[in-house]
Design a protein around this ligand. Structure first.
Ligand SMILES: Nc1nc2c(ncn2[C@@H]2O[C@H](COP(=O)(O)OP(=O)(O)O)[C@@H](O)[C@H]2O)c(=O)[nH]1
Ligand SMILES: [Mg+2]
Ligand SMILES: [Zn+2]
Length: 317
């Protein structure tokens, strides 16, 4: 009798799988499924066959709907670390660590590269002191189809006064999906996962301090079952380096809004910079609300472009 299951964690070629019936099964895999550049990863839907008494072997994997990679700048490679993810959940903090717009735009690049829609969660709203314009920060990503949420992981019932969407709306949106969390350390991802799972999964939160034996720490990607949705936590994908992007043309694919403006610019090879005379972007009036959105995105685009064009071609793969 064969079983259908999904890999939720892996360690040294042992794969922990969740069967369609909700059972947890540990399995090894056929060698042909463990090729270096295309091995099994968490999120894969697999077929298991019994092997002896209580042993299971993964004999095949279903085609993936999406793949999540991590960039390894030092090795000039990308490595697939998870699959069959439906959305990217970007988590930022409205308290400490301070909100960084540029980081959100980098994560949005990743979501676009992975071909996934993104959600943006402003956590720690209980600590928000008006340091940035929440409505504007939400608006600048909404034009890209990103839904925004205003939550406090420590108080799920807290009202979403500005954005309307709070913790419960987030839960509803995640229903039936697998989402990968992105966000810098300390923004409350672990706390949020615990809360979203209804307290079923206790992840090691920053303030718990010491890492005890058998305690949960995230070093690899793994799936966290939260009832009617699944979350992926992986520190590996949070690197800010976008050194895998080969050139300006490729980068424009990940900034569709800037690409729209760039085609309106009549100059070839225009840098669309502040000192680019006659550039279409420079004809925008800063005081217009929509122009402010474009400028803030252009700023991120130019910064990333500078970074990737400074890397010698021979260093790229
Ligand atoms: N005040 C406040 N603190 C929070 C909130 N969410 C998380 N924290 C705290 O922020 C710290 C970092 O949280 P953690 O979940 O470990 O962040 P991670 O590094 O992103 O996983 C911990 O001390 C949490 O208790 C929140 O909404 N409000
Ligand atoms: Mg954490
Ligand atoms: Zn221009």
């Amino acid at each position: 009798m064969s079983l259908k299951a999904r890999i939720f964690s892996s360690n040294k070629r042992i794969f922990d799988c969740l069967t369609a019936e909700g059972d947890i099964v540990s399995a090894t895999a056929l060698a042909m499924l463990l090729k270096n550049d295309n091995s099994l990863v968490v999120g894969d839907n697999v077929n298991l066959e019994p092997d002896g008494e209580s042993q299971w072997t993964i004999t095949s994997a279903e085609e993936r709907t999406s793949t999540i990679f991590r960039n390894i700048p030092r090795e000039h490679t990308k490595k697939i670390i998870a699959s069959n993810v439906d959305a990217v959940l970007i988590v930022v903090s409205a308290g400490q660590p301070t909100y960084k717009r540029g980081l959100v735009d980098r994560y949005l690049v990743r979501a676009t590269q992975w071909g996934l829609p993104a959600l943006l969660v402003f956590n720690k709203m209980d600590l928000f002191d008006g340091e940035f314009d929440l409505a504007f920060e939400a608006e600048r990503v909404k034009q890209l189809g990103v839904t925004t949420f205003e939550v406090c992981a420590e108080d799920p019932d807290r009202k979403a006064a500005v954005l309307g969407n709070g913790f419960h709306e987030l839960k509803k949106m995640l229903k039936g999906n697998t989402a990968i969390l992105l966000g810098q350390s300390g923004v409350g991802k672990s706390r949020l996962i615990t809360e979203l799972s209804g307290g079923e999964v206790e992840l090691l939160s920053g303030d718990l301090g010491k890492v005890g034996k058998g305690m949960h720490t995230t070093t690899w990607a793994e799936l966290v079952e939260c009832g009617d949705f699944t979350l992926v936590d992986s520190p590996g994908v949070r690197s800010m380096s976008l050194s895998d992007i080969s050139d300006e043309e490729e980068l424009l694919n990940y900034f569709p809004d800037i690409a729209d403006g760039a085609v309106k610019c009549k100059f070839r090879n225009c840098e669309h910079a502040e000192n680019s005379k006659g550039c279409w972007f420079q004809t925008l009036k800063l005081e217009d609300h929509s122009s402010a959105v474009v400028f803030s995105r252009l700023e991120s685009y130019i910064r990333i472009r500078l970074e990737i064009t400074q890397i010698p071609t021979w260093e790229k793969k």
